[in-house]
Write a protein that binds this ligand. Structure first.
Ligand code: FAD
Length: 345
């Protein structure tokens, strides 16, 4: 029997880690309320909806290595929220393109990356457009204060799944150990640009016409994706997502989006085989991810601890506690949810 049927958990951040944590609590019959500053769930798996196209500007796909994650992914597959992608992955260096082949299973959301987090959010309570600025209270009696000064709670426990620098600001006044743990996780920035085209891209000599994604070896640019060749998007026109290198993004973090997209399109033009030219884009832009991917992360499988749980009732999960991928973020949130559920029995 549960000691307290009113054990209610607040989860700050409705990215994949926060959602995985909420689902694990829900499976144990424990209520949770998610809060996110964005317009909806998704975090770094969200997609941008333009009048003529849906673009993934964060995670482009995810891989499956872990058996527990695989079982969850099978459920998403059955629900029609994901599909295998890419079938045609290439790598490019100084105009030379080669097909990239390996045995790794890669999948993406359909009809957009955010389909995964939408699926996970079904039936959960998500308070969107609610930026939590501080916590007040103590163990067992936490209140969340949002940017308008409104108080939410009380909650028995608070999970923070925001990237570590943002989590740090919330835990520092209450828990020095958690704050120190956050300081040890480095989240690096990444620029993600996009371009729409009225005309199709030119055929590239020696490359399949339906190439879907290419890894680019360039100091500025690392990955380019054709959004309309992702599953469920065949009705939209040609559009590219262009992900910058993390080191380059760090140096150019405060540049304007216009300068960034110009530089990344130029890098891609240089990566095309000789004589191939990109058509003129009809629309373009760039998104700055301040905390894109953990470069130095804490815990991980090696020490069998991919979240942080404190006696104060505050806990931390997300990719920063395990590794730089969607799979890591999901596992971190899922394991924390299971630990909290076990603790509540
Ligand atoms: C450009 C880019 C490309 C990537 N490509 C890949 C890829 O191809 N494959 C892969 O596996 N991974 C990729 N990743 C990494 C992957 O997206 C992340 O590891 C994963 O999505 C992190 O999930 P999360 O739940 O830990 O964090 P997030 O998704 O960042 O969720 C945290 C949430 O907290 C919210 N939040 C923060 N502060 C507050 C606050 N004070 N109050 C309320 N809400 C708050 C945010 O709005 C956000 O929704 C990529 C990431 C980026 C940025």
């Amino acid at each position: 029997m549960r000691s307290d049927t009113c054990q209610h958990t607040a989860i700050i951040g409705a990215g994949i880690a926060g959602l995985a944590c909420a689902r694990a609590l829900d499976a144990a019959g424990l209520p949770a309320t998610l809060f996110d500053k964005a317009r909806g769930a998704g975090g770094r798996m969200s997609s941008r909806r333009l009048p003529d196209a849906v673009l993934d500007l964060g995670a482009q796909f995810f891989s499956v290595r872990n058996a527990t994650f695989r079982r969850a992914v099978e459920g998403w597959h059955k629900a029609g929220s994901i599909a295998p992608w890419p079938a045609s992955l290439w790598s490019a260096q100084a105009g030379r393109w080669q097909r990239h082949e390996d045995d790794l299973e890669r999948l993406c959301g359909t009809p957009s990356m955010s389909a995964v987090t939408r699926h996970l959010a079904k039936g959960l309570t998500v308070k969107a457009q609610t930026r939590i600025e501080r916590l007040v209270g103590s163990a067992g009696q936490w209140q969340l204060v949002d940017e308008h000064g409104e108080h939410h709670g009380p909650f028995t426990r608070v999970v923070i799944s925001a990237p570590s620098p943002q989590a740090h600001a919330l835990v520092a006044p209450h828990d020095a150990t958690l704050a120190e743990a956050c300081e040890a996780v480095i989240q690096r920035p990444c620029w993600a640009a996009w371009a729409l085209f009225d005309a199709p891209l030119p055929a590239l000599p020696g490359v399949d016409d339906d190439w879907q994604a290419v890894r680019v070896n360039d100091p500025r640019l690392r990955f380019v994706v054709r959004n309309q060749l992702k599953p469920g998007r065949q009705d939209q026109g040609e559009s590219l997502s262009l992900l910058a290198n993390l080191e380059w993004s760090e140096v150019r973090l405060e540049d304007s989006p216009e300068t960034i997209v110009e530089a990344l399109l130029d890098a891609f033009q240089q990566a095309l085989p000789d004589g191939s030219r990109l058509p003129e884009p009809s629309a373009l832009g760039a998104h700055r991810w301040r905390y894109a991917q953990p470069d130095v992360f804490a815990g991980g499988e090696a020490v069998n601890l991919d979240y942080r749980l404190s006696a104060s009732g505050l806990s931390l999960c997300g990719d920063g506690w395990r590794g730089p991928r969607v799979e890591d973020a999901w596992l971190s949130g899922h394991h924390l949810g299971e630990a909290l559920a076990a603790d509540a029995i």
